[in-house]
Design a protein around this ligand. Structure first.
Ligand SMILES: [Fe+2]
Length: 292
């Protein structure tokens, strides 16, 4: 038995998952047979309302990943099925976990091409908002892009970057912002306009539309240092999104940069508020985003 991690939320709360059966690396068995009919029905409801939206709003690579996984629309996926697809595409696999896990363990899983997916699904009164990630967010939002080699390489590099960030005060917050903005809330420029690839957006009905259509938020061209210095909100739609041209560019920008001098220079400085614009920001227009 392992100790559950403390919840990284502003209001501390007990984590929902059952950590009593977890191994030292926080993995558990999915125990698919234990999902209730209502669990599957909640998956089906969430899936049905997102699958249509993402045809319009998701990046082509994400849609390609969804097709490759071929997950059933009416049943919570069996992780073993997804792992056969992942093995053939990128060599990644998903591992079942009870919920949030400590950063160090999370980094280690990613560095070894294992993505932790929470086993439980949200309740019906939480369809639109959830504090902890559940199987719908983790699987529907994250797993499709793990079939895409360029994105999969970025995720592995992110995991490999973790240990250094854990040794420099303030560095973890900066590295976490890279994950927040570029893995959870990333947008991509495509020939057809802005598209979404971030898991936090694509597992949320409201933010999928808002992130591309709303005139309210900033949409800045991706710049590594800017992202690592920008605070984020966990309790509302984002006030700033960052836009990449391709996963290759994202990977190259991060992989070719030594983060240690960045941590040392900026970790002790105040972060940039999420609604601000700063010198050097390049706004990405939404115009024409919905041309098909
Ligand atoms: Fe996530």
């Amino acid at each position: 038995m392992v100790q559950p991690p403390s919840a990284p939320v502003h209001e501390p709360q007990a984590l929902r998952g059952d950590y009593s059966q977890a191994a030292a690396d926080y993995t558990v068995e999915q125990q698919w047979q234990n999902y209730s009919e209502d669990d599957h029905a909640i998956w089906a409801l969430l899936y049905a309302r997102q699958i249509e939206l993402i045809q319009r709003y998701a990046a082509p690579e994400f849609l390609q990943g969804v097709r490759a996984l071929g997950a059933a629309s009416t049943r919570i996926p069996r992780f073993d099925d997804a792992n056969r697809v992942l093995a053939d595409t990128t060599g990644w696999r998903i591992v079942a976990v009870p919920g949030l896990i400590p950063e160090q363990t999370f980094f280690d899983h990613l560095a070894h091409r294992r993505f932790p997916v929470t086993v439980w699904i949200r309740r019906r009164d939480e369809l639109d908002y959830l504090i902890e990630p559940d199987v719908f967010h983790d699987f529907f939002g994250h797993v499709p892009l793990l079939t895409i080699p360029a994105f999969a390489r970025f995720m592995q590099a992110y995991g490999e970057a973790g240990p250094k960030a854990l040794t420099i005060p303030g560095a973890l917050a900066m590295l976490s912002r890279l994950y927040w903005y570029m893995v959870e809330f990333g947008l991509m420029s495509t020939p057809h306009g802005l598209r979404v690839y971030g898991a936090g957006i694509l597992s949320s009905k409201g933010e999928t539309v808002y992130s591309v259509e709303s005139p309210q938020p900033h949409r800045w061209r991706f710049e590594l240092l800017r992202v690592m210095r920008t605070e984020y909100r966990i309790d509302a739609f984002q006030q700033s999104y960052f836009v990449i041209d391709s996963f290759e560019d994202l990977f190259a920008a991060c992989y070719n940069t030594d983060f240690a001098p960045i941590y040392r220079r900026y970790a002790a400085e105040p972060a940039i508020a999420p609604d601000l614009s700063v010198t050097g920001d390049v706004a990405v227009p939404v115009t024409g985003s919905m041309k098909m």
